[in-house]
Design a protein around this ligand. Sequence first.
Ligand SMILES: Nc1ncnc2c1ncn2[C@@H]1O[C@H](COP(=O)(O)OP(=O)(O)O)[C@@H](O)[C@H]1O
Ligand SMILES: [Mg+2]
Length: 503
Amino acid sequence: MEDDPILPPTGPLRRQAAWLERYDPPLRLTEEGRVISVGDGIAWVSGLPSTAMDGVLDFADGSRGMVFDLSEGRIGTVLLHQTAALAVGTAGRSPRGTLRIAVSNDLPGRVIDPLGAPLDGVAACEPAAWYPLKAKSPPITARDFVHKPLYSGIAIIDTLIPIGKGQRQLVIGDEGLGRSSVALDAVINQRGKGVCCVYVLIGQKRSAVVNTIQTLRQYQALEFTTVVVAEASALPGLQYLAPFAGCAIAEFWMRQGRDTLVVYDDLATHAKTYRELSLLLRRPPGREAYPGDIFSVHAELLERATCLNAAAGGGSMTALPIVETLQGEIAAYIPTNLISITDGQIYLDRNLFAGGFRPAIDVARSVSRIGGQAQHPRIKEEAGRMKLDYLQFLELEVFTRFGARLEASMEAAIQRGRTLREILKQDRLSPQSIEYQMAWLVAFNEGLFADTPVENIAVCLRALMGRMEHTDLSLDSPREAWVASVTQWLRQTGLGGVHEQAT
Ligand SMILES: Nc1ncnc2c1ncn2[C@@H]1O[C@H](COP(=O)(O)OP(=O)(O)O)[C@@H](O)[C@H]1O
Ligand SMILES: [Mg+2]
């Protein structure tokens, strides 16, 4: 074995004396630190004076960490990979640069961890480039207004709370109300639309992870989706990095001029992980014990979602962050932060869910601040007044509960509202094409459902959907053509629809 030029060799004294004889230490320029404590997914390291925040740390045993805290005399690192051999005294070095993930056009269909390591038992793909996990968001000069629609396939969203490509739309609600289902439906609906999707699962149970992947596969959506997973049992450092990894992958495609959709499921868990790490690293806690910079962490992440202008390639990144509320409390710290960072929110309500209205999206509390500009003009024309009318109906309906007598016009408005509510009910995993949505919008606005009993609506809609497969009507077809076809189709169902006046 080669003797170390700086440390004396072990062995017989004679050998050590000989070593001393020719002692001429060379200049060694690497810095080396030592672990001074390790546990709970973090390690404190001494030495390494020139390390910077977010720097990578490679330990002698093969473990890996990221610099998370710089204090006097020691640095706090979160572990991203930990071997059993990592212990007090293990040496650590800091190579230059920050964390990067290997990206490639072979990623769709793969399940990877936030550092790019495959989790699906297949060999890692050949990297086309290395993208930094933490990157600056595109400058204003490279951005364009959100102007292209991104269809989720969910009727309430596409008609009343439309999303545009490059928009950041929060999905918010209590656990178990269908937030993940909304996001998953939106991903599945991108089939055949050329949108690259990334689904990031943060701190979820393995069963939920497996379910998500299986659903994606079953609906042929895995082939254009990359799944980034940091399970609940993964190191907190990995869970913290997961959304950044997903974002970096989407950036790779966005820079190629492609449209991308990223789901962060969910950022409440992400915030909790960040809080855990920060408390372990003894950072001062702020509101709800979250560190003061949690807002900027999420803002930095979501600012990277945008629509690039033609000069910058014209790609886009749409983000669907999910956040969990407790007892529907949207005024809690993390939900309010995210509401203020994003361009709108889709709010899921427990009472609606319990009442059988699914997806349990509360139209009154959901909003899309910029998606309206991206909506197709024809859809906008048909759905334009619908949101207001529907909200009015919901208020009116409360009156009818007290048995108040209403004017005939109000009675009609309520009837219309009930019909619309029935139309907007939609099972999960049954995306609606935008043409089909156009069909029922036209039918509804023409009053073709006015005489249809509410319990027959679902059957009528199914018949309508069946007809859509054999039509060449498009959004750009003249309205008269739509009206004529839809009237004829509904009349053929013979289910008491089609208002006299409309014929
Ligand atoms: N549109 C829907 N129609 C019927 N059931 C739904 C719908 N959306 C969600 N669900 C059901 O609600 C439950 C919770 O959905 P999930 O998406 O896992 O909620 P979350 O992510 O908010 O915890 C699931 O059992 C799912 O089948
Ligand atoms: Mg979920």
